[in-house]
Design a protein around this ligand. Structure first.
Ligand SMILES: [Zn+2]
Length: 139
């Protein structure tokens, strides 16, 4: 696998204002999500109101960083040179233990990934932004 830290042209995420606490926490190796104080549901992606009950009483909580693979796809042809340099790579939705879904890269042998596989977060620097990335675990 290519040393991704040496690639300095990673496309950067579009940072919506509602999600700024999420991006800031990532820079400190913390994975966070919104939580509704009215209905106690996780709210993700970040919003200015709860997508379950409409309340505007939201706060940010730290995630356990663990979840299960809900779906995934292994990319064999990268869409840009920076992605082409690391093929094959796998992306997918992680069903986080807090009940929300997070789309992320899964860093594992594609043949070893399965629906339901337990994974936990790691953090990787991609250009100027640190991003979550998931690896298989037994917990
Ligand atoms: Zn709510």
């Amino acid at each position: 696998m290519t040393d991704t830290h040496s690639l300095n042209s990673w496309p950067q995420p579009y940072r919506l204002p509602d999600a700024e606490p999420y991006w800031s926490a990532l820079s400190e190796n913390r994975l966070t999500f919104q939580h509704c104080n009215e209905c106690a549901q996780a709210v993700w992606p970040a919003h200015s109101f709860c997508t379950h009950c409409g309340s505007r009483s939201l706060d940010w909580r730290q995630s356990s960083g663990r979840g299960s693979v809900w779906s995934y796809s292994t990319i064999m042809r990268g869409p840009t040179p920076v992605w082409a340099a690391i093929v094959p790579y796998t992306v997918g939705f992680i069903q986080m233990d807090e009940g929300y879904f997070l789309f992320s890269q899964i860093d594992a042998d594609p043949d070893a990934i399965a629906i339901g596989q337990r994974v936990e977060v790691r953090f990787v620097q991609r250009g100027e932004q640190k991003l979550p990335l998931f690896v298989p675990c037994d917990r």
